[in-house]
Design a protein. Structure first.
Length: 88
């Protein structure tokens, strides 16, 4: 399994405070050796929203790749749970 696939598997299991998704995704990509944190830009993108899940794009600048993360907020809007992750 490649580093990026291992990182994606880890991101799929992510649950964290809603406002911390961007930081956690960038940290996971760095921890798995996919890219240094300063080469990862994670942004919220409304156009990626699907079926109640909020979309985020993690762009890896030096590789021209991006990862789409879909996360749903819990009932109290405090905790977000990742429901899908894929390469784009």
């Amino acid at each position: 399994m490649t580093k990026i696939n291992e990182a994606i598997d880890r991101i799929k299991a992510l649950e964290c405070p809603t406002g911390d998704i961007e930081n956690r995704v960038a940290g996971i990509l760095e921890d798995y050796g996919v890219a240094k944190r300063n080469n990862v830009n994670v942004v919220r993108e409304d156009k990626l929203d699907r079926e109640g899940a909020q979309g985020y794009r993690a762009e890896i600048t030096n590789e021209g790749q991006s990862i789409v993360v879909l996360a749903e907020a819990g009932s109290d809007d405090y905790v977000a749970k990742v429901v899908n992750v894929y390469l784009k």
